[in-house]
Ligand binder design. Sequence first.
Ligand code: BTN
Length: 252
Amino acid sequence: MTERFDADVVRQAAAPRPTRFYKQIESTNDEGLLWLSEGVAEGAILVADEQTKGRGRLGRSWYAPPGTALMVTYLLRPAMGDLPRVGMLGALAVCETLEQLGIASAGIKWPNDVQIAGKKVCGVLPEARWDGGRLAGVALGIGLNVRIDFAATPFAETAVSIETALGRSVTRAEVLTALLARLDSWRARLGEPALFDTWRSRLNMLGKPVSVLNGVTPVSGIAEAVEADGTLLIRSADGTLERVLAGDIAMR
Ligand code: BTN
């Protein structure tokens, strides 16, 4: 499908918030962090058709070919105590957007990957901006596969795009409009327990045997619970409870 996706289309899809569109940029999160320091209003977004230094979690790079993904950074200025919930807000908003589009099986792989039937469709990267010890805000980066056919790639078993899951075409503009509505809605409730509760109810590994790599030695056991700041609690075979703050989780 040929889709027009430029500054005008993005501005219209995101109105009336401040919007920046880039045909190509290193990373929308980098520009977003700078924009926060310049005092931009909450809810502003940056969108790119291609990133040359896109970042993922845990220091990884994140790349999608032009025309295939929605790469957006949403800017917010949360209270310090709400910081742990910003990533949850992103993953939850994406799940609800997918449902609105007609995808029933969206879930969250801890901490904040969004999956459709166990395959990753979206990654979320919240990054805080500190100016002299003061929190200037957070750049909430979201990379959503819209139209990549992973079938003949090494990622066939692990990744999926919206169009493959839906079996029909969607435009990035329509996905963006729906996503922003869900982001704005949960942003207004960032301090409420409902956000954590709803995020937790979407996690797809609670109660199951998992292995989390967050260093040299994997932590293995049953994913028993999550704490309000997102920390994962894993019950290992000898009965001890391990607390995991970050890492890559896999089903065993
Ligand atoms: C992950 O899966 O590890 C997170 C991926 C986040 C990618 C998005 S794309 C828009 C924003 N800009 C970046 O450089 N990264 C995020």
